[in-house]
Design a protein around this ligand. Structure first.
Ligand code: HEC
Length: 262
C-alpha cells in the first residue's frame, strides 16, 4: 500500500514537473516579444523594441558581478522597472523607454526560473565578440577622425561616460549638475565641430598640393594651421574635462573613474 502510494505520488510529481514551463519556455512566452533572444543582425539592430537579452546580460554581469546580484536584479527589475536602478546605459533606456512592469504577466517563481535560464545562457560568445569588435572599431574610428593632438587614455571622453550613466542612482547627479554639464557638453561639441569642419578641407588641400608637386615650403603655413586648429581642439577638450570635474563631487568621481579605461 505504502509502496503504491509512493509510486503514485512520484508519477504525479513527475507529471507536474513535465507540465511546468521551463525558464526557456517562459522566456519565449513572456519576454521575446520585446527582447530578441538571438544575437541581432545589423538589420535587426534598427528595429529593436528593447535591448536583446545578450545586451541585457552583458551589462548586468558587468555592472553587478555576483551571480546572485544579477539574478536578483532580473527578478526585481522585471516586477518594478526603475530608471535609476537600470544597468543598461541611461541613454539606451531613454531610447527604448523604461520597460513596462511585467508584474501581472509573470510570477516571482517564474521570474526566478527565467533569471536562472538567462544567467546560464547569455551573453552568447558571438555577441561578446561582436561588441568587442564594435568597441575597437569605434575607438579606431575616433582616432582616425580625431581633431585632438593628444589621444592618450589619460584624456577620456568624460561627457560620454556621464551621459551613459546620467540617471544612475549610484552616480546621483543633481538637477543643477545636469544642467551645468549639458551646457559644457554643448559648448564642447559646438567648438570641436567647428574645428573639424575647418580641418577637413585644409588637410585635403595639403594632400592635393603634395600630389601636384608643390614645394614643401609652400605647405608649411598650411601645416602650421592644421597644428593650430588641433591645438585649439585639444584645449577645448581639456577645458571640458576641467569644467566637468569641478562640477562633480569626490564620490561621483570615484564612481566614474573605472569607466575611464573601458
Ligand atoms: C513590452 C516590452 C517588454 C517586455 C514584454 C519585456 N521587457 Fe524587459 N525591457 C524592455 C525595455 C524597453 C527595456 C530597456 C529599458 C529598461 O532598461 O527599462 C527592458 C529592459 C529589461 C532588463 C534590463 C534592466 C536594466 O537593468 O536596464 C531586464 C533584466 C529585462 N528587461 C527583463 C525582462 C524579462 C525577464 C521579461 C519577460 C518576463 C521582459 N523583460 C519583458 C521591454 C520589455
Amino acid at each position: 500500500m505504502k509502496l503504491k502510494t509512493n509510486i503514485f505520488l512520484t508519477i504525479a510529481l513527475l507529471n507536474i514537473a513535465n507540465a511546468m514551463p521551463t525558464g526557456e519556455t517562459l522566456v519565449k512566452s513572456k519576454c521575446v516579444k520585446c527582447h530578441l533572444p538571438t544575437t541581432p543582425t545589423p538589420q535587426q539592430m534598427q528595429t529593436l523594441k528593447a535591448p536583446p537579452f545578450d545586451a541585457v546580460l552583458f551589462h548586468a554581469k558587468n555592472a553587478l558581478k555576483e551571480e546572485s546580484a544579477v539574478k536578483k536584479h532580473i527578478v526585481e527589475f522585471t516586477q518594478n522597472p526603475n530608471v535609476s536602478k537600470s544597468v543598461c546605459e541611461s541613454n539606451k533606456v531613454a531610447k527604448f523607454g523604461l520597460m513596462p512592469s511585467q508584474k501581472d504577466s509573470v510570477s516571482k517563481d517564474e521570474l526566478e526560473k527565467i533569471a536562472d535560464y538567462l544567467y546560464a545562457n547569455y551573453p552568447k560568445k558571438e555577441f561578446v565578440k561582436l561588441i568587442n569588435k564594435m568597441q575597437t572599431d569605434s575607438k579606431l574610428n575616433a582616432l582616425k577622425n580625431s581633431p585632438f593632438l593628444m589621444n592618450i587614455d589619460a584624456l577620456p571622453h568624460l561627457t560620454k561616460i556621464l551621459i551613459q550613466n546620467w540617471d544612475k542612482e549610484a552616480l546621483n547627479l543633481s538637477k543643477e549638475q545636469k544642467e551645468k554639464l549639458l551646457v559644457i557638453r554643448k559648448e564642447t561639441m559646438t567648438g570641436v565641430k567647428k574645428i573639424k569642419k575647418a580641418l577637413k578641407p585644409l588637410q585635403s588641400e595639403i594632400m592635393d598640393l603634395m600630389y601636384d608637386g608643390a614645394d614643401l615650403k609652400a605647405l608649411q603655413p598650411k601645416v602650421d594651421e592644421v597644428a593650430k586648429l588641433k591645438a585649439q581642439a585639444t584645449m577645448i577638450h581639456l577645458k571640458c574635462l576641467k569644467d566637468s570635474i569641478e562640477i562633480l563631487n569626490d564620490k561621483q568621481m570615484e564612481y566614474i573613474l573605472p569607466f575611464w579605461d573601458a
